[in-house]
Structures are given as structure tokens and as C-alpha cells.
Design a protein around this ligand. Structure first.
Ligand SMILES: Cc1cc2nc3c(=O)[nH]c(=O)nc-3n(C[C@H](O)[C@H](O)[C@H](O)COP(=O)(O)OP(=O)(O)OC[C@H]3O[C@@H](n4cnc5c(N)ncnc54)[C@H](O)[C@@H]3O)c2cc1C
Length: 356
């Protein structure tokens, strides 16, 4: 049995929320020891990159865009690529436009991964307030060309004293206070002065600690391997698609990534699915494709909790738990705020602030 030292901060889950907790914990308690336990082989949760063996290139787990208004996460983001005015291509009139008001519903669908009409007024108000006065500084879109691990995850790692990857929490023991954390790799005794932050995703949290069961919305990403950066209307590396199968295209040096938010259809035959989207991309480029490039389909069935009124109401009121030594972080814990990278970082800031 491993005995944790006094004044240790145990962070459960190494997604962006957990990593950001390490940063804020070190700012607030520089003398403390920060241990981060992550079930997977690498930190980052839903946002990391790793080498794709077949393609021999670094591939993001999922394509991510960060709005300029997301200042809390941008502090840690090292990527440079961004568009000042996001171009949208509407397949209905085959026209390109950069008017964000015209494509408001499309933007909201992507931000909340939930159709605009299902989002609560409070959530809409939070986003409108964050984006106000809708200047290019707020509505600028950042996206990673250099991959998420070097661009984002790496910024947090210096604040983690001990990173325990492959440590999956199975049980927490204690009544008013958690006394023991049981992982697949061993047990950790929680000292009297130690604190715990749960930065687990909502499903893992519910399995271990109980609480609300959420509905989830799906996101599908299709990665195409390209030999050169493809030209897109708008001449930028990012394009919003309206009245189309896909919602966003991110064009990189070696990959072209397509995102479909709140996906409801059937993927069926994967090659056929990838081909249909590839045809759509080529139609807007006025090109006839001669072949389907190598592709990868990533289907995230639990991409985010559904952020409709019903599920938003189930989100916790604050970051307190029934345990006196544990607080909550994670994108799903921030009521009325979109489940996104910025929400994950904000939730971490709030959780660490509530410690002690
Ligand atoms: C396809 C896709 C596209 C997205 N696009 C965007 C975007 O463009 N912009 C944006 O801002 N956001 C986007 N998001 C949302 C964003 O990725 C998430 O909001 C953010 O990464 C959530 O971080 P988190 O730390 O709260 O949760 P997670 O990343 O889910 O972290 C939870 C961590 O806990 C770990 N864990 C689970 N169980 C255990 C256990 N028992 N023991 C120990 N560890 C455990 C998990 O492995 C994980 O690392 C997207 C998400 C997806 C899936």
C-alpha cells in the first residue's frame, strides 16, 4: 500500500480539466505535491495527439477549434493558426460568406454539440455575453496544425509532480471524507491534509461516485490523408459547411479533417461514408475526385453530454461534493456553460479556488 504524503493534491483524470487543475493548484499551493491519475496511457482525455502508426504522422484524437473568446484556455494554447473571420460555405446557394450572424445556428450547434432550439436561454446568454461585442478578437477561431499535445497538453505538464498514466480509479473509500483511493494498480491512502479533485468525465464519475446519468451527443470526425495542403474556398485552413453532411473542414499539411457535430445517422459502410463526404468536399472545390484518399473515421458516441435544457438542469450547482476533501472539475460540471476546452479549464480554476 502506498502512503500519500501530507499536503498532496490528488487529481483524478488527466483531461484538460485535470491538467488545468495541476496548474491552478501549483499557483495556489506552490509547496503542495500534485499527483495526477489518468486511466489511459497518455494525458489529454478527449484532446490529445499521438502518432498514427499506419500514416506515420502525429494525429489529433479529434479536431478542435478554440474561439478567441475562450481566453482561459488560450492562455495555455501555443498554436498559431487562426482565422479572423470564419468562412462558411452554404450548399443551398453555393456561396461563401463570413457573416457570423447568418450562421449563428450553425455556430451554436458546434459550440454546444446540441441543436440551437434545445439549448436553454441561460446557456445562450452565457455564450452571447462571452462573445459580446462580437468583435474579431472574440470570434477569431484558433485550430491546431502542430497537433494538440505539443500545442496544449505540453503547457500543463510542468505543473504535475507525478503523472500516473494507466491508473484507473475503481473505488473511493470513506464516508464524509475520502480515506482511500483504489486504483487498478494499487491503493492510495489519502492523508488528513490531502485534497482530491475529481476531473473525471461524467460517465466515469457516475460509475464510481453515483449521481446523475446524462444523455450524450455524438461527434464524428473523418481524417483524410493528403499529400499537400488542399485549397478550400475562403483560402483559409478552416471552413464551416452549411446545408451539408459535414459541419467543418480543417485543412492541414498532411490531413484534411471533417467534423460532424451531434451526429444522428448511421455510418454503415465506412468506405462509402468516407467517399460521400469526400465527394462533398470536392464539389465545393469544383473538383472531380479520381480516388478516395486513405481515411480514418473516429466516432465519439460520448463526445459531450447533451446540452439541452433537461441535461443542463442535471449538471451540478457548484463544485462541492458530499466529501469534505473532494471537489469537482470537468467540462460537464460547469452549469450553463458549453462543454468545451475553455469550460474544462474554467471548471478547474473554480475547483482549485474552492479547495481549503
Ligand atoms: C470529437 C470532439 C470534438 C470536440 N471539439 C471541440 C472543439 O472544437 N472545441 C472545444 O473547445 N471542445 C471540443 N470538444 C470538447 C472537448 O474535447 C472537451 O470539452 C474537453 O476535452 C473535456 O475535458 P475534460 O478534462 O473535462 O474531460 P475528459 O477529456 O473526458 O477527461 C477526463 C479524463 O478522465 C479519465 N478517466 C476516466 N475514467 C477514469 C478513471 N476511472 N480513473 C482515472 N482516470 C479516468 C479519462 O481517460 C480522461 O482522460 C470536442 C470533443 C470531441 C469528443
Amino acid at each position: 500500500m502506498i502512503r500519500a504524503s501530507v499536503q498532496t493534491i490528488h487529481i483524478l483524470g488527466g483531461g484538460i480539466a485535470g491538467l488545468a487543475c495541476a496548474y491552478y493548484a501549483k499557483q495556489k499551493f506552490p509547496q503542495s505535491r500534485v499527483i495526477l491519475y489518468e486511466a489511459a496511457a497518455r494525458p489529454g482525455g478527449r484532446a490529445f495527439s499521438c502518432r498514427d502508426k499506419g500514416w506515420n504522422i502525429e494525429l489529433d484524437n479529434a479536431a478542435h477549434g478554440i474561439l478567441g473568446a475562450n481566453r482561459e484556455v488560450l492562455r495555455f494554447y501555443r498554436g498559431k493558426e487562426n482565422v479572423r473571420r470564419i468562412p462558411f460555405y452554404d450548399f443551398a446557394d453555393k456561396k461563401l460568406s463570413c457573416n457570423p450572424f447568418r450562421f449563428c445556428r450553425h455556430i451554436l450547434l458546434s459550440v454546444f454539440n446540441t441543436p440551437a432550439e434545445k439549448i436553454s436561454a441561460r446557456c445562450l446568454w452565457r455564450v452571447a455575453a462571452a462573445l459580446f461585442p462580437f468583435m474579431p478578437r472574440q470570434t477569431r477561431l484558433f485550430y491546431s496544425q502542430n497537433n494538440l499535445t505539443p500545442d496544449l497538453i505540453a503547457s500543463f505538464l510542468p505543473y504535475v509532480d507525478e503523472l500516473k498514466t494507466g491508473w484507473k480509479l475503481q473505488q473511493a473509500v470513506g464516508e464524509k471524507q475520502i480515506e482511500k483511493l483504489c486504483f487498478n494498480r494499487g491503493e492510495i491512502l489519502v492523508g488528513k491534509n490531502d485534497k482530491i479533485v475529481s476531473a473525471l468525465d461524467s460517465r466515469a464519475y457516475q460509475r464510481i461516485f453515483g449521481g446523475e446519468v446524462f444523455d450524450y451527443n455524438r461527434i464524428v470526425n473523418v481524417f483524410y490523408r493528403v499529400s499537400t495542403r488542399l485549397w478550400l474556398p475562403g483560402e483559409k485552413g478552416v471552413l464551416g459547411l452549411v446545408n451539408a453532411k459535414a459541419d467543418w473542414i480543417f485543412a492541414g499539411k498532411n490531413t484534411l479533417v471533417v467534423t460532424i457535430s451531434d451526429f444522428h445517422g448511421e455510418i454503415g459502410d465506412k468506405t462509402e461514408f468516407a467517399r460521400r463526404i469526400w465527394l462533398e468536399i470536392n464539389a465545393l472545390r469544383n473538383q472531380t475526385p479520381f480516388f478516395l484518399p486513405d481515411y480514418r473515421i473516429r466516432d465519439y458516441k460520448y463526445a459531450t453530454i447533451a446540452q439541452d435544457k433537461k441535461n443542463n438542469a442535471k449538471r451540478p450547482q457548484n463544485c462541492r461534493t458530499k466529501y469534505t476533501n473532494m471537489v469537482l472539475a470537468g467540462d460537464w460540471t460547469l452549469k450553463n456553460y458549453p462543454c468545451c476546452l475553455n469550460g474544462a479549464v474554467l471548471s478547474a480554476r473554480r475547483a482549485v479556488k474552492a479547495l481549503f
